[in-house]
Design a binder for this molecule. Structure first.
Ligand SMILES: Cc1cc2nc3c(=O)[nH]c(=O)nc-3n(C[C@H](O)[C@H](O)[C@H](O)COP(=O)(O)OP(=O)(O)OC[C@H]3O[C@@H](n4cnc5c(N)ncnc54)[C@H](O)[C@@H]3O)c2cc1C
Length: 372
């Protein structure tokens, strides 16, 4: 689309998470008039870490914010997958380092969203706007917020997460799917982790349906410590109980058990784990879904936030290149949906013995506890 057409394009982004914030930045750089509407009074993230992949760091370079993101991260060379008691199953360099001229960087979720929101142009973020309904008018959409505000936009970007109202109203009212797992997450002092990830690399321990991720945040002298385990209670935020958690760690390296026993349970964030089934379409002629709203996936491949950022860049590229908004939205879906459909599928693999063999056929050197 021509710079003049883009300048007159009025875009409403719903949600100021990683997808919405990055999209607003990328679309604003095209010259469009962008406003983000966020339901919360203040954007806060839980204490946990994320690995920003080489392609994601490259996207930040294209958006001119590589240095700002780099400043709140630590680089990593590789990741390891180990059996519960410590036998290594796989050790891999982060893929695509050469192709994108950057490695994977670890970031605290709070630092990540703070940085994205800080680099947005002044005044484009409107807090306290919870979307209540959306009407698709064909070549525009009308949004109504719970605070009574009504807005018309030429293009609406639904970046409102796994329980997206935009998706529910226009594309699919299927509820998110419970994975039969709970995720316990905490950021703890590196000094409490027996030096297990002092080299700056990610380690994942797996056994009998439990997965423990240690993701070092060297720049903060902290480690993101995540335990994901099998569970039957689908309550989104269940009560946190140390004894239940320790019961899941039978046969794990005693250092991991000691770290868990030392956790301040008031600081531990516990969530039931959900994703969504792939939906047939992400867009009409005036509304498009991105990030978790389009393709929420389980966290086992660490690709949800990365996909959100890549969606934002791909949407801006499609609008810059296509002849019209509808053509751009169709192009965006054609570029991104096959990739995220596959990531949704892969992320449902639970690192059982067969699944590890299929991903790392030459490296599996030991046996792994079966999922019970
Ligand atoms: C346990 C766990 C570990 C994870 N680990 C990783 C990892 O290592 N790497 C990785 O890449 N990903 C990881 N993810 C996934 C990642 O967190 C998500 O994919 C990512 O947050 C999606 O970003 P988003 O912006 O699409 O959605 P969200 O972060 O959910 O943001 C949506 C925003 O929309 C707002 N909103 C919602 N409804 C409305 C409404 N009606 N009106 C206005 N605003 C609204 C919300 O308040 C929120 O600010 C993990 C997820 C979990 C649960």
């Amino acid at each position: 689309m021509s710079p003049d057409t883009l300048k007159n394009l009025n875009i409403a982004v719903i949600g100021a998470g990683y997808a919405g914030a990055t999209a607003a930045l990328a679309l604003g750089r095209l010259g469009a008039k962008v406003t983000i509407y966020e339901q919360a009074q203040e954007v806060k993230e839980v204490g946990a870490g994320i690995g920003l992949r080489p392609s994601t760091m490259d996207q930040f370079r294209k958006l001119g914010i590589f240095d700002a993101i780099n400043a709140v991260t630590s680089p990593s060379d590789y990741f390891e997958i180990l059996l519960a008691h410590g036998q290594r199953i796989a050790m891999e360099e982060w893929p695509e380092k050469e192709a994108f001229g950057a490695t994977t960087h670890f970031v605290h979720r709070g630092d990540f969203i703070d940085t994205l929101l800080r680099v947005l142009p002044e005044g484009i973020l409107k807090m306290n706007h919870r979307l209540a309904s959306i009407i698709d008018n064909g070549d525009s959409a009308t949004l109504t917020f719970e605070n009574g505000v009504t807005v018309n936009a030429d293009l609406v970007v639904g970046a409102d997460g796994i329980r997206s109202q935009v998706r529910k109203h226009l594309f699919s009212d299927k509820a998110p799917v419970f994975a039969g797992e709970h995720a316990y997450r905490a950021v703890i002092p590196a000094a409490d982790t027996f030096g297990m990830v002092d080299d700056g690399n990610l380690r994942m321990y797996v056994g009998r349906g439990t997965k423990i991720y240690l993701l070092p945040l060297l720049h903060r002298k902290e480690v993101s410590f995540d335990i994901t385990c099998l569970a039957t209670d689908s309550t989104p935020a269940p009560a946190c109980d140390r004894d239940t958690l320790i019961g899941m760690l039978e046969s794990f390296d005693e250092r991991l058990v000691a770290i868990t026993k030392g956790l301040d349970m008031r600081q531990v964030n516990l969530r039931a784990v959900y994703d969504i089934d792939p939906i047939p379409s992400w867009h009409s002629n005036a509304v498009v879904l991105i990030g978790d709203a389009a393709h929420a996936m389980l966290h086992h491949q660490g690709q949800g936030a990365n996909s959100a950022v890549l969606d934002a860049g791909a949407l801006a590229d499609a609008l810059a290149e296509a002849a019209s908004v509808p053509a751009a939205l169709a192009q965006f879906q054609a570029d991104r949906k096959p990739v995220t459909d596959e990531l949704q599928r892969l992320s449902r693999q639970g690192w059982s013995e067969d699944e590890i063999n299929s991903v790392f056929p030459n490296q599996h050197q030991g046996e792994i506890g079966a999922r019970s």
